[in-house]
Design a protein around this ligand. Structure first.
Ligand SMILES: Cc1ncc(COP(=O)(O)O)c(C=O)c1O
Length: 396
């Protein structure tokens, strides 16, 4: 009996690499105990939410007896939250954005689905640099779109020559994620300026709007204080998709937003479309409690210093093991090279040492592995010998 659609049945049979490692992890932890497994597989921040989140929740509880405290609201979100988020985006992008350009969403994941639902026709393509956040393929596919990944250069910067070849009359959007999951790269202002120039040229050539989407859940994790280019300054037809899953450690609360560039012609129509797709996808609106938390906490963030320390510790562990990597400028991932071309052998060697990592092929790039360092410091330091033995076993 077919309980599932053909497509979902096939997807379920090929469950994601991250999921597979998660399940391996549960088994290993049962067998050897939590403290004896070094789990770098999941991007689920262990850092507590800043104190302002708890304070906001207590205040929300005090006001819970007011009528409609948690009732339906406009599909784009509470006016106050939209205006608070507009202030945040204006500061981050260096461009004044008003609240009517913001749609509050169920996380960045909800935002990407809402955006794709609003702008993709079946067969439209979304181009993005590879490696990429694996869910992008599903989000575009949900609405008949197709993700077209383009391999990045060795240092994970944009390969603009290859990107140019990938952009066709079917291209509806280019999707960048900076700081990046899984590489930790932050695209340079030159890369973003040249990409924007290319998109302008291609939009004119094909006579259609090609959107530039900046997926920025990791914007606050900028370890070397570099300039994270503002897409609003570079490209008229752009949107920023943001989230508080990482910056406020609110991943389970599902809260984020889409901000539409103030320069975009017909922005009102686009925002109306986004509010509508938020509704008809069944989100209806983003959660009321999470929006009220943002009203108080949107300018706060989890401890950047603590993440920077972990990054530096992880780099030392990899140096000690003789594993090659590009130092991540942001986010909380390393994407080091496997000591052998087939990274599944490295993943197995790591598993033998009770280290959990995710193969690069899960992100559209073989020969690498992803390590999420949003884990306690003792997991990082404790794993040094295990990494060294795993790498040495392959070199032998
Ligand atoms: C690159 C990227 N985009 C989007 C998301 C989704 O984030 P959210 O929890 O806000 O939906 C994630 C989550 O890990 C991510 O890594």
């Amino acid at each position: 009996m077919n309980l599932l659609s053909d497509e979902i049945a096939a997807m379920a049979a090929n469950s994601s690499w991250i999921r597979k490692m998660f399940e391996e992890g549960i088994e290993l932890k049962k067998k050897y105990g939590e403290d004896n497994v070094y789990d770098f597989s999941l991007g689920n921040p262990d850092m507590p939410a800043p104190a302002v989140v708890g304070d906001a929740l207590r205040k929300i509880a005090d006001d819970a007896d007011k009528p409609f405290a948690f009732g339906y609201m406009p599909n784009a979100g509470f006016a106050e939250t939209r205006s608070v988020l507009a202030k945040l985006v204006s500061r981050e992008q260096g461009v004044t954005v008003s609240g009517d350009r913001i749609v509050v969403t169920c996380g960045a994941a909800g935002g990407l689905n809402v955006f794709f639902r609003a702008v993709l026709n079946p067969g439209d393509e979304v181009v993005c640099p590879a490696p990429y956040f694996v869910e992008y393929k599903f989000y575009a596919g949900n609405f008949g779109g197709k993700l077209v990944p383009v391999r990045s250069k060795e240092d994970f910067s944009l390969n603009l020559e290859e990107i140019e070849k990938a952009i066709t009359e079917k291209t509806r959007a280019f999707l960048i994620n900076s700081p990046n999951n899984p590489t930790g790269v932050i695209y340079s202002p030159t890369d973003v300026a040249e990409l924007s120039e290319l998109l302008r040229r291609k939009s004119a050539e094909f006579g259609r709007t090609i959107y530039l989407i900046a997926d920025e859940p990791y914007r606050f994790l900028n370890f070397d204080n570099v300039d994270i280019p503002s897409v609003f300054r570079h490209y008229r037809d752009s949107v920023v998709i943001g989230s508080f899953s990482k910056s406020l450690s609110l991943a389970g609360e599902r809260i984020g937003y889409i901000a539409v560039s103030p320069e975009l012609e017909g922005a009102k129509t686009l925002v109306g479309g986004l509010a509508m797709t938020n509704r008809i996808l069944g989100f209806v609106n983003a959660p009321a409690i999470a929006q009220k938390i943002l009203n108080a906490a949107s300018e706060s963030q989890a401890d950047l210093e603590a993440y920077r320390k972990r990054r530096d510790m992880m780099a030392k562990v990899l140096d000690y093991a003789g594993i090659e990597y590009n130092m991540p400028g942001g986010a909380f991932y390393f994407f080091p090279k496997s000591p052998v071309p087939d990274e599944s052998l490295f993943i197995q060697a790591l598993l033998n040492e009770r280290v959990l990592a995710v193969p690069g092929r899960g992100f559209g790039m073989e020969g690498y592995v992803r390590l999420a360092f949003c884990v306690p410091e003792k997991t990082i330091t404790g794993s040094a010998e295990a990494f060294k033995r795993a790498a040495a076993s392959l070199k032998a």
